[in-house]
Design a protein. Structure first.
Length: 453
């Protein structure tokens, strides 16, 4: 996939973050060997420039076994290293910082990267860290009621607009730190919101959220009867039934095979089924929209099929780096859905690594379409980043680059959705390392989401 040249990276995307507070990672990897009394030396120089530099300094690791903790500007010496290639990483870099590296006067942007030494040789690696005052703003919508807006809304931030669903979210990246005005437009006349516009304060390297809550009134003035039924088949059925929610506000319990009847407003009523066990799947759209006629009756059914508990699974559609995913920009995108039984798919694209054809470098693992690629191992925990097995995953795989070559790689992810964290401070994490070429990219996603099931 991704060659060791022409690769640009932001520390938000590429620095090996430590997420102790977010993912229960209490310490970095434990040294596994002792340095030799003789051998070569690697000198790691880190220099920080720009606004909002990381106040806590960094950590420098060699071979995931030896570490030092210089300040924002410093030199770390690793003596007594064996002859050959060594993996050098600069981690704990703030998300608003861009990292470049210089090895023996050759500039590259890999972090981590390989540094080669011979016996008694000293190799110098420079990590130049440039920090900028930028962050992200996530704008969400939560809409309840009847006759919801059919085509969603438009969000405007600083003159830049994006469409957003009636219940959804969009992310604006690369925003200057400070307060930004956020406006929601395009709501139907029967839908009202609270404060609009709102303001969101962006912090350096941070991700701030703003939510618009809307309520839609029925267009008609009458009411009718709405009956919701469930039909569940298979085995290992959900033992405690489900919850049915009408119009986003009226929730009632419903049996695995049962029904509830309510009086509902005339018009298009959103109906959602929740509380479905992980080994069960709903066949229909969920939620679905049911039109209730005035003084009439409407019915709808949720068909649920249950089976053996599904294999563990991690999925995501994320971006590393600030800016749009277009050729020439220093961002990477990763689309993946990987399961513990070895099935799934992953595609990664480096938009800063452009082939002569003008296309960005990419790599894909898809055992169904390309049997030479595979997922070879799946571990419920990412040892150095997210030790909690309910949130962390590490998997090994073989992927095919867009030029036809096969490469082995390892991915670590942490699902730490801010909706489930304390005070909304938790974040996801993604890391990929390809041994051939020493390609490594990791950090807090600047867009998208990671989900561990």
């Amino acid at each position: 996939m991704m060659r060791a040249v022409k690769l640009s990276c932001l520390a938000a995307a590429f620095a090996m973050f430590g997420l102790a507070s977010a993912c229960n990672d209490s310490q970095s990897p434990t040294p596994q060997a002792s340095l030799l009394p003789w051998g070569g030396t690697i000198a790691v120089v880190n220099t920080t420039t720009g606004s909002d530099p990381d106040p806590n300094g960094y950590e420098v690791w060699v071979d995931d076994s030896y570490s030092k903790s210089p300040g924002a500007n410093g030199v770390s010496y690793f003596n007594g290293l064996s002859q050959g290639d060594h993996k050098v990483s600069l981690i704990m870099v703030a998300a608003n910082c861009l990292v470049t590296a210089t090895v023996n006067s050759v500039t590259a942007t890999d972090n981590p990267r390989n540094v080669s030494i011979s016996a008694a040789e000293t190799a110098t690696t420079n990590f130049d860290v440039g920090c900028a005052s930028v962050g992200s703003l996530v704008v969400g919508t939560s809409t309840t009621g009847v006759d919801l807006d059919a085509d969603g809304y438009t969000v405007l931030v600083d003159g830049s607009s994006q469409p957003v669903a009636t219940n959804g979210s969009v992310t604006f990246t690369g925003l200057a730190t400070g307060t930004h005005s956020v406006t929601l437009s395009g709501a139907a006349q029967n839908c009202t919101s609270g404060a609009n516009p709102q303001s969101g304060t962006v912090t350096a390297g941070g991700m701030t959220s703003v939510t618009f809550s809307l309520s839609c009134a029925p267009i008609g003035s009458g009411s009718g009867s709405l009956t919701v039924t469930t039909s569940t088949t298979g085995f290992n059925l959900d033992p405690d039934g489900y919850t049915v929610t009408i119009d986003g506000t009226n929730s009632q319990p419903i049996a695995t095979n049962g029904g509830v009847a309510v009086t509902a407003p005339e018009g298009a009523n959103p109906v959602a089924l929740s509380g479905v066990a992980a080994n069960c799947r709903v066949s229909e759209a969920n939620p679905q929209t049911v039109t209730v006629p005035a003084s009439g009756a409407a019915t709808t059914t949720f068909t649920v099929t249950c089976g053996a508990p599904p294999p563990a699974e991690v999925s995501g559609h994320i971006q590393l780096g600030w800016g749009s995913a277009t050729p020439g920009n220093s961002v990477q995108t990763f689309d993946f859905d990987v399961r513990s039984d070895g099935t799934g798919r992953l595609t990664g694209t480096d938009w800063g690594d452009i082939h002569p054809s003008g296309q960005p470098a990419s790599m894909t693992t898809d055992p169904v379409a390309d049997p030479a690629t595979s997922f070879t191992a799946y571990r419920n925990a990412a040892p150095s980043k997210c030790q909690d097995p309910s949130r962390g995953v590490e998997f090994d795989a073989v992927g095919r680059g867009d030029e036809g070559d096969l490469r082995s790689y390892t991915v670590q992810v942490c699902d730490d959705d801010p909706r489930t964290g304390s005070g909304g401070s938790r974040v996801d994490f993604f890391s990929i390392y390809i041994a051939v070429g020493g390609y490594g990219r990791s950090g807090i996603p600047t867009g998208g989401d990671i989900v561990k099931r």
